[in-house]
Design a protein around this ligand. Sequence first.
Ligand SMILES: C[S@@+](CC[C@H](N)C(=O)[O-])C[C@H]1O[C@@H](n2cnc3c(N)ncnc32)[C@H](O)[C@@H]1O
Length: 189
Amino acid sequence: MKTRESGMPEESMWEQFFDPPAILAKLGVSHLIRDVAEFGCGYGTFTIPVARMVSGTVCAFDIDRDMIQSTQEKVRREGLRNVRLHMRDFVAEGTGLVEASVDLAMLFNILHAERPHVLLQEAYRILRSPGTLAIIHWNYDPTTPRGPSMEIRPKPERCLAWAAEAGFIALTSRPVDLPPYHYGLILAR
Ligand SMILES: C[S@@+](CC[C@H](N)C(=O)[O-])C[C@H]1O[C@@H](n2cnc3c(N)ncnc32)[C@H](O)[C@@H]1O
């Protein structure tokens, strides 16, 4: 089932909220990272840039056919050969990836899910050791132009506590500021 409040606005609006290559670089993404799993590709806002930055394969998952098609079209247009898109409910079914098979898991704008532990446990399962979990989410600030309602919007401390329960170790003592509206967290498997 689609995560609560995870519908997307128009793409032209969504893309105004981020500088994806800069965000990914701030989170330590580089060609030294090989294989990636992205939970919820949306419009491919981060899928395309991460595929250009890493040296291996990006497996991106989304439950929404339109989102998969939108991302697929960009993959085709960019001539990227290292992206695999899967239409799948990763809460109900997991990713289907083999255990310890990726170096980076991306949970971007998705941890307001009903069951964040399920996503974190799946990320832990599929990550190699050492491997990296990157989280971004909307600042805990009611004035942001979008983002889940404040009742379900997780603060960074909340994400860190959930991630620790799943076995992750935080690599940053404080959240990475991703202006204008987001924060980032980097954790180790
Ligand atoms: C808020 S969007 C974020 C997209 C992308 N991570 C970004 O930051 O640009 C969340 C995405 O997760 C997808 N999604 C929500 N619940 C899902 C589920 N249970 N399984 C797979 N995808 C899901 C939605 O369709 C949507 O595209």
